[in-house]
Design a protein around this ligand. Sequence first.
Ligand code: HEM
Length: 117
Amino acid sequence: MEILRHVVLLVHLVGFAILFGAWVVEAAARRFQATRLMDLGLLIAFLAGVVLCAPFGRDYDFNWAKIGIKLGILVVIGALAGISRSRAKKNTPLPTWTFWLIGALILTNAALAVIWR
Ligand code: HEM
């Protein structure tokens, strides 16, 4: 069961890598827009994160406050990315700071995950 938990954690990290990697690509290309690839990474991180909350393959309790805050931040990232994509389609893009906010929120979630035990 512990191995299964580590596999799900790996999937969670792949979701994070896709999400943050797609964000970096947009920043480097100076497009400053959310993309479908970011949605995919977010979905993978979310689904694997929910599975990781299940009580299997671990002998310690979670910091549930941290998990709740990470879930809230993920919802905000998803909302910002969704609004950003639909506004871009209508040719009324969101201001660039919202794109930087998405990146900061992704990093905040990763920092919470590894620093706050
Ligand atoms: C953008 C969103 C997210 C990012 C960037 C992220 C990042 C991470 C990272 C880097 C780890 C590895 C920590 C370690 O092993 O030291 C982790 C673990 C974990 N994440 Fe996430 N995560 C996100 C969203 C979520 C969500 C929404 C949930 C739950 C609904 C969740 C639940 C967990 C759990 C249960 C673990 C393993 C246990 C722990 O150390 O807390 N994550 N996450």
